[in-house]
Design a protein around this ligand. Structure first.
Ligand code: PEP
Ligand code: MG
Length: 324
């Protein structure tokens, strides 16, 4: 725990002028879940299911997956747990499922892989839904979506998994489905996507990488990688406006949500949920509890006029400094 912030664990995440912001967490392992509950998280906004797959020597069976998923769902119940379907490819390769490509970040990644391998997808969807029996706090989220057909295909598989389990006698129901907005194409499909699903969540790590054409893991171009780039900020603001116009909640689960300064901008844009690593949650809560929404909105209005990431960062840092 961050020293001095323990007292915030049970206090609400609310601005001095009474605006509530939900702080959720990103998880991979059970240790993250325990830490998250210790920090007062209100839900899991991103469970990276590839983490247990990466630690295994072969594809985990449906039974094995269900046991892992059940632990997370049970620990957080009745709070919501957002499970992302397998997101391999790009920089994440399973040793027992090698993918060799010249350009992996533009290749076979995320939903593209699982739609091409429905047997992997259906086993995972069945495991998730099976694990939610009696708890009903599961949400399923789809990574790397770039067109509507992928959402239709994935939803059909999830519905099939549900039907099969119900026919087998399980008392399970259809989980809310969400899409990650992390590819520029998806930004401009936000309204259409919102008409098909229950929620959207911005993956700002990949969205920044793809909008700026900067590899998120390449130190040589690390100076060019910034979620404070005006192009990223305008995309984020647009996504929130479009999702809310369709009456759908929008969250953000990239690293940016755990940066206290960025969190102020995201709160001012109207994000319903900020999902972050547990280690940053109390710092973000401390800042939100000390800055009014009207101050955050003024800051946002200022930075949306700026033309480079450095100026945005400086303004945000100054606002944090003024907030103490
Ligand atoms: C993202 O892209 O912002 C995200 C949350 O997913 P990941 O970091 O696992 O790609
Ligand atoms: Mg991503």
């Amino acid at each position: 725990l961050v020293r001095g912030l323990e007292g915030l664990i049970n206090l609400p995440c609310i601005t001095p002028d009474n605006h509530r912001v939900s702080l959720w967490v990103n998880t991979g392992l059970m240790t993250d879940v325990v830490r998250s509950l210790d920090h007062g998280a209100e839900g899991i906004g991103l469970f990276r299911t590839e983490v247990p797959f990466l630690l295994s020597e072969r594809f985990p069976s449906e039974q094995e997956q269900a046991a892992i998923y059940r632990e997370q769902l049970q620990a957080f119940a009745p709070k919501l747990v957002t499970m992302r379907t397998l997101d391999v490819g790009g920089d994440k390769a399973l040793p027992y499922f090698p993918i060799e490509e010249a350009n992996p970040f533009l290749g076979w990644r995320g939903i593209r892989v699982t739609l091409d391998h429905p047997e992997i997808f259906i086993a995972q969807a069945r495991a998730m839904i099976r694990a939610s029996e009696g708890l009903n706090n599961l949400q399923i989220m789809l990574p790397m979506v770039s067109n509507l057909q992928e959402v239709t295909g994935a939803t059909q598989i999830i519905k099939r998994a549900l039907r099969e389990l119900q026919e087998e006698g399980l008392d399970v129901c259809m989980p809310p489905i969400g899409v990650m907005i992390e590819v520029p194409a998806a930004v401009y499909l936000t309204r259409h996507l919102c008409q098909m699903v229950d929620f959207v969540s911005v993956g700002s790590n990949d969205l920044t990488q793809y909008l700026l054409a900067v590899d998120r893991n390449n130190s040589r171009v690390a100076d060019l990688y910034s979620a404070f780039h005006p192009a990223v900020l305008h995309a984020l603001k647009y996504i929130v406006e479009q999702a809310h116009a369709e009456g759908k909640p929008v969250s953000i689960c990239g690293e940016m949500a755990g940066d206290p300064g960025a969190a102020l901008l995201l709160m001012a844009m109207g994000f319903d949920v900020l999902s972050m690593n547990a280690s940053t949650l109390l710092k973000v809560k401390a800042v939100i509890r000390s800055v009014t929404m009207s101050t955050a909105r003024e800051l946002l209005e200022d930075v949306m006029q700026m033309s480079d990431a450095q100026s945005v960062r400086s303004s945000v840092d100054l606002a944090l400094y003024n907030a103490g």
